[in-house]
Design a protein around this ligand. Structure first.
Ligand code: IDP
Length: 137
């Protein structure tokens, strides 16, 4: 089952110099391919589209501020069961609950600055690819 997913290396990952480390973990998974990759600073409109489901929650405003606080790396990754696989590689939302060996488990402490976003379903992936790479996928 070949899929595509949208991955963001969040501003904390970029600031901490973890781009290479995280991308190398993705590249090492056999058969997965990076089909787009770009460093960019996200604007409010893009973030509102991306995180709209969380609007109104107490963590929404600080999350958007954090996500706009510096550049992110946006990637499209393609391959066998890549949606589920990247969520497993990232680990759960709370880095303290994430197992060592996962990206969040190895590098994260606080929930907001948890290094990486990866689409959580085929529907989310389709929606997010259109936001970040319109007309390309
Ligand atoms: P996910 O990124 O693991 O899919 P979501 O529930 O979609 O998690 O939340 C989106 C992002 O919002 C998280 O990755 C994290 O950065 C932030 N976030 C979620 N819940 C909290 C919270 O309770 N406090 C602070 N930040 C949160």
């Amino acid at each position: 089952m070949t899929q595509r997913t949208l991955v963001l290396l969040k501003p904390d990952a970029v600031r901490r110099g973890l781009i290479g480390e995280i991308i190398s973990r993705i590249e090492r998974k056999a058969g997965w391919t990076i089909s787009a990759l770009e460093l960019r600073t996200l604007d409010q409109d893009t973030l509102e589209q991306h995180y709209g489901e969380h609007k109104g929650k107490p963590f929404y405003e600080p999350l958007v501020d954090f996500m706009a606080s510096g550049p992110v790396v946006a990637l499209v990754v393609e391959g066998e069961r890549v949606i589920e696989g990247l969520r497993a590689l990232a680990g759960p939302t709370d880095p303290i609950a994430a197992a060592p060996g996962s990206i969040r488990g190895d590098y994260g402490v606080i929930v907001r600055e948890n290094l990486i976003h990866a689409s959580d379903s085929e529907e989310s992936a389709e929606r997010e690819l259109k936001i970040f790479f319109p007309g390309r996928f």
